[in-house]
Design a protein around this ligand. Sequence first.
Ligand code: ADP
Ligand code: MG
Length: 710
Amino acid sequence: MLKSRNDLSSPIQYVKGVGPQRARLLARIGIETVKDALFYLPYRYEDRSSIKKIARLSPEEIQTVQGKIIKTDVITPTPKRPRLKIFEAVITDGSGALKAKWFNQVYLKNVFKTGQQVVLYGTVKVNYWGSGFEIVNPEYEILDEEDNAQAADDREQKTEIGIHTGRIVPVYRLTEGLSQKNLRGIMYAVVGNSTPAVSDFIPQEIIKEYGLPGIQESLRNIHFPSSSSSLNDLNGGTSPYHRRLSFDEIFTLQIGLAAIKKREVLEKGIPFSPGGKLVNSLLAKLPFKLTPAQERVFSEIINDMRSPAPMNRLIQGDVGCGKTITALMSMLTAVECGYQSALMAPTEILAEQHYINIHRLVEDLGLKIRLLTGSKKNKEAGIIASGEADIVIGTHALIQEGVSFEKLGLIVIDEQHRFGVMQRAALKKKGINPDTLIMTATPIPRTLALTLYGDLDYSVIDELPPNRNPIITKLFPEKNKNRIYALLEAEIKKGRQAYVVYPLIEESEKIDLKSAITGAEALQKTFPDFKIGLIHGRMKPAEREDIMRKFKEGDIHILVSTTVIEVGVDVPNAAVMVIIHAERFGLAQLHQLRGRVGRGSGQSYCILLSYGGSDDARKRLNVMTETTDGFRIAEEDLNIRGHGEFFGTRQSGMPDLKVANLLRDVKILEIARKEAFALIERDATLSGYPELRKAMGDFWGERLEMFKTA
Ligand code: ADP
Ligand code: MG
């Protein structure tokens, strides 16, 4: 039964030309309803709108012609290949005649009839005899009577005459069994019939203020653009209509973020009133002064901590800028007020590192600090619960059941991008609205930060401690390995240390890559007098802790490792970072690894050893040699990888963006964010905007229960 044509939720199967079999194919590309189809956008466009006169065709170009069929034939061009059949049709348009050829598509003899008006779109080639042109395997469209009338009009100009030709045509992503023509035909029907049912959920005042095109007009133009549209804008996703849909998406996203933030602000947190004694004692013990950026960010944190609303602040700062001390100062502030603080790190190594770095400082202040990682969980958990520990450092073991705090006042989450929102929330639940500080060293462009962390306040430590020399980065092909040995030897003789990082722990038969284990053996042979250490994720935590401590204390000269040392590890005396198979690593990863050196005074080096790799890999490595600026690297990373992949918006808990591109649509983002936050300020539950409320439910799903419609 055909449902009402205006019902967007009606199954796609009932659209003219679909039926059960095609409906199954469409389901594979996510189209189950009419609405799904309307929002399944073309991924590129082809300009088939300008129709060429046959007499004016040029060879080796893709062109569109229109004419009347005067002859059709099926031929076998060579007796040597009796199975090769070619369907030929000759068309004329008054200026000349053109032969079209389709290989092995004999069925076309039942499709084309002499006298028909057709439009052909394909590559024009010089024919075998060199005496004229032919068009090979063109896409085609047979025009109906009405179109014929128009065709009789003999001008050569931009006209829209068909669905598949004679216009700017949309090209959709397909699935096997579904042709571009099938899908385009279906889309034409859906867009024609169902756009009037699409309602506009963006508040009218915003539409007016920014002169946004209507949603129906936008959908029509995105699927079947008028010939006056700019092909570049269409293909770049920046036509006014694309921008309208991007706006809708980003606005919906930002409304959600504004609502989360609003809800958090309304909650009752802890109004700390610190005197600053512990922090001052800590500062007195440090061998350095805080940078102005650290001071500024810490004062922002203290303001938040004093306020009765729970703090939700993101601290962003490039590797080595000194986030750990800033976090420690905040933790001490909570402790001074009688609360516990917890720091959660994404890996055991990193948690262990934080512990090693700060436990002496903390204990000198007369406080109790504990490390809680997966392997140590059981015996430590009780101590935390009893409130005996002032500061707890751990991995996600912290959020597991059975771990409870007596009075958790502040949580710090390090390298946030490794955790999902859910884990952040789970740690918060261990206290009663504790203040939350989130630290990330992954420099992300502002636009992305406003989205991924859009519900958070935001501080940047935009300054490195003084006396840091820029790291010298060199890219070596495999054959120059000996130069690396020379550098390692020279630096170690100077009393410095080095990392050598491998992509794999041990050699495997499946992948032809150098591994850490064999690498460590080889290095030991080359340098019998140096102490070589090996560290990787499969070792026991106690062993790892031991190796890290030895490296930190200078008992190991060269530490061979996998990427377990990627984040956070801090050994200021390490001056050389060698990355083997650098082509295998992502940009963010390379930048993090490089950030392990250059942490003390003196010159540091990052050596990228490349074994070849793709174009993208070469681009990444070049970026590394050109800049040490984390922001530029993040931006380049985004350019190379595309924003969707950046660090998995899915794991971040954000809904997918289908049209918008946060790098490209910065302007839109800024407007949408401003308007969204203002709207939530006026009407926190969107009670006056039922359409928007419903759109929020569709877009955010389970993630934002407050907008769920009954
Ligand atoms: P990250 O921001 O990457 O986590 P860390 O907190 O590990 O950086 O700090 C990097 C190194 O810089 C550490 O050895 C730390 O002791 C040192 N450091 C931090 N702040 C300063 C400062 N103001 N002056 C000098 N060194 C500092
Ligand atoms: Mg850190």
